[in-house]
Ligand binder design. Structure first.
Ligand SMILES: [Zn+2]
Length: 296
């Protein structure tokens, strides 16, 4: 926890509350790989504030929310398919919290996510972080060849769920599984045919494993372009989620571009309170606007 960020979080949440109090009656929040201890305080806080956690099949409560309503709803989702997500099950059951879990199918089969290979390669932490951001910009061909080369020198312990563990989670009535591509590429960097295969095959593989229809998709790295969105619709999904940090707008949110606020497991309580209610970004945008105006 960063003490300075905590003070900022406390300050902006309280300063913004008057302006955001109506917007935050419907929330969409996501996590990656938190421990139960990291997630529980926010579940308790949202419950104390009167939020009802909803399942994917209740998502119209968010998308068709009546502005006069005083009810509060939150949809919690989780990206990637980490093995550590299994530890969340007792917590979800304790509070009866539904979770929408997006998984990439290749790591389920093979054990790891591509960025783990990049981050485990040679060089300092700073160099590897820089290499990771380069990988996110590489063309599809460069991405594949460089990753294959790196894989030769790196060995990793499994960090992704196995298919049996995924089936166990999917059998829990609180958990809904969504697709997150096959290999978690940066889709706009891929040729259209590759994007199509990544999107369609992840849906087909999950449906084959789980014997259930998969209707929700999450864009890896929140990266997409018009082609990506069209391909997701054509593949038969009904909803797609970004990590765009904006508010849900009832009757206006595009069901293929549903925003989500990120809960930072290493952030402090006030920082995350500001994050999941959007005031963190709201204030950040104002600061950046003033900064750019002063410099132009
Ligand atoms: Zn992801």
């Amino acid at each position: 926890m960063n003490f300075f960020r905590e003070i900022i979080g406390w300050y902006i949440y309280h300063k913004c509350y008057f302006f955001i109090r109506k917007k935050i009656r419907i929330l969409s929040v996501y996590v990656h790989n938190p421990t139960p201890d990291q997630l529980e305080p926010y579940i308790r806080w949202l419950m104390k504030k009167g939020y009802e956690f909803i399942r994917l099949d209740q998502i119209r409560l968010l998308l068709d929310y009546e502005s006069k309503s005083r009810k509060k709803y939150v949809l919690l989702s989780c990206d990637d398919g980490w093995q550590k997500n299994l530890q969340l099950v007792p917590l979800l059951e304790k509070y009866q919290i539904p979770l929408l879990l997006f998984v990439a199918t290749q790591p389920i089969r093979e054990g790891n996510f591509w960025w783990e290979t990049v981050l485990s390669g040679p060089g300092s932490l700073k160099e590897r972080a820089e290499l990771l951001s380069q990988f996110k910009r590489y063309s599809y061909e460069r991405f594949r060849t460089d990753l294959e080369k790196l894989k030769e020198s790196v060995s990793l312990e499994r960090s992704a769920l196995t298919s049996d563990q995924l089936k166990e989670l999917a059998a829990n009535p609180l958990i809904t599984i969504g697709a997150h591509t096959v290999s978690h590429p940066i889709l706009p960097n891929c040729p259209e045919k590759v994007q199509e295969n990544e999107i369609r095959q992840s849906k087909e593989q999950l449906e084959a494993w789980l014997g259930k229809k998969i209707i929700a998709f999450s864009y890896p790295n929140s990266s997409y372009n018009d082609t990506t969105v069209r391909l997701v619709k054509e593949a038969g999904f009904q909803y797609a989620f970004t990590a765009k940090d904006t508010y849900l707008k009832s009757h206006q949110t595009d069901p293929f571009l549903i925003p989500r606020f990120f809960l930072n497991p290493y952030g402090g309580f006030y920082e995350n309170r500001a994050r999941i209610t959007g005031s963190w970004y709201w204030m950040k945008r104002i600061i950046l606007t003033i900064y750019h105006r002063d410099r132009s």
